[in-house]
Ligand binder design. Structure first.
Ligand code: AFD
Ligand code: MN
Ligand code: MN
Length: 432
């Protein structure tokens, strides 16, 4: 059976069985919020306006350093990735944007790809470059680094790839380039910390110079891995230095998994937002390292605290409304479409909870050092079940009240398992 979108009839009939209960829950929650002086409808409208991009690699099966287990029916090309992304969007209605990855998603027909996306109600967000792997047949290797390589020719090859990503992104209608490099060292003494960062700045300047005027360069930091002793862009401080060095259109991207386990990420968010250098997120969750688990699955409170800082920053006029919100996950043991649906819901839910924090009481308590009252404001908002707001927003936008249930009822994965025979594999390395 060739690809066809989840039928609106199926969504409609599945919704019909759940609508009465949703209306009841929504009204109940509405009364509860009204007692706190909040309009549930206004919160719902803000939730409707919130979107998060799907990484093209997220619809394929991921992997670990040890193995990659293929998924029946996984997409074999960027065209099939678009199909899966459209399923997520049709059911969840808050993921109309795809963050693409070159060279994994390269096609000579970018114009056609853009048209195909438009037909599916999708568009392209930030483009991700990849200089952490060698391309088959490439002249030079990134084994010892890319943008920071000691050999100028390797550096130039990596810069040229980023320029090609910008060109490809222009053809797709993207407005940002996300650069994450794996450059670093495994042993003390292997490289000169200062010289390698200087080489990074030199390379990044050339990439920045190639950016169209309305584009943003997003610099993604990561503590370690694949380099295990030192990483060139290892933390938000280094990312901030680089972004500041480059100019106004260079910003920092915070991938939640790219920090040591106890790092206070919400505070990093506050700092970057305050100085106009927060550019966006890669949402995921983790317990130990860059686990790339589903957003909100391990530490949903942290996700809420991050959105709490974003709402605070918005009130200060930091312009965080224009942030690039993206998911960056590796789905090894779940159906990627189900994980993405639930992750997008968890992210929007964290935002919805942050919106209902009683800011006046919180700020008053902070000013008066009323510690208990201050933390109670956050706890009260966090413990308010916002599911009915999210479901009603989805329903009113034409999506599914229960997206995972409709996805399972549609038989989409079984159909794809038939028409996308195993063995083709995903176009990514799998280990993302
Ligand atoms: C790797 C990195 C990083 C990046 C992604 C896509 O850890 O998260 O965003 O590849 O390039 O997972
Ligand atoms: Mn990332
Ligand atoms: Mn990562």
């Amino acid at each position: 059976m060739p690809f066809s979108r989840i039928s609106s009839d199926l969504i409609g009939s599945e919704n019909a069985t759940r609508l009465a209960a949703l209306q009841e829950d929504y009204e109940f929650l509405g009364r509860k919020l009204a007692r706190r002086g909040l309009s549930i409808d206004r919160i719902k409208e803000r939730v409707k306006a919130f979107t998060v991009a799907i990484p093209s690699w997220g619809v394929g099966a991921g992997g670990t350093r040890f193995a990659r287990f293929p998924l029946a029916g996984e997409p074999r090309s960027v065209w099939e990735k678009l199909e899966d992304c459209s399923v997520v969007q049709d059911l969840g209605r808050n993921t109309p944007c795809i963050s693409i990855h070159f060279p994994w998603d390269w096609t000579d027909d970018l114009k056609g790809l853009r048209q195909a996306a438009v037909q599916l109600g999708l568009h392209f967000g930030p483009v991700n470059s990849n200089t952490f792997q060698d391309r088959p047949g490439a002249d030079l290797s990134y084994k010892y680094g890319s943008l920071t390589h000691t050999d100028r020719h390797v550096q130039e090859q990596a810069i040229a790839h980023n320029r090609a990503c910008i060109e490809g992104g222009v053809a797709l209608g993207s407005k940002a380039l996300t650069v994450w490099i794996g450059d670093g060292t495994n042993f003390p003494g292997q490289q000169d910390f200062t010289a390698s960062f200087d080489r990074y700045l030199e390379s990044a300047e050339k990439i920045y110079a190639a950016l169209p005027g309305d584009w943003t360069l997003l610099i993604e930091h990561k503590l370690y891995e694949p380099a295990f002793y030192s990483t060139v862009i290892q933390d938000w401080g280094t990312s901030y230095i680089a972004a500041t060095h480059l100019g106004d259109r260079a910003k920092c991207l915070v991938d939640l998994g790219h920090h040591a386990p106890t790092v206070n990420i919400e505070m990093i968010v506050a700092r970057l937002a305050r100085f106009g250098k927060l550019g966006g997120f890669h949402f995921n969750d983790s317990k130990y390292g860059d686990d790339d688990l589903d957003a909100g699955s391990i530490d949903p409170f942290r996700l809420f605290l991050i959105f709490n800082e974003l709402v605070e920053a918005d009130l200060r006029g930091s312009g965080v409304a224009s942030l690039e919100h993206m998911i960056d996950q590796s789905h090894n043991v779940t159906d990627p479409i189900e994980s993405l649906l639930l992750s997008a819901e968890a992210i929007a839910g964290a935002y919805a909870r942050a919106l209902i924090v009683d800011r006046d009481t919180l700020h008053g308590a902070q000013a008066g050092n009323d510690v208990v009252m201050a933390r109670e404001q956050l706890r009260t908002a966090y413990e308010t079940p916002m599911g009915p707001v999210l479901a009603m927003a989805r329903y009113e936008c034409g999506g599914a009240i229960d997206p995972v249930a409709v996805f399972r009822a549609s038989g989409y994965r079984e159909d794809r398992a038939r028409d996308r025979p195993a063995g083709g594999g995903a176009t990514s390395a799998g280990i993302v």
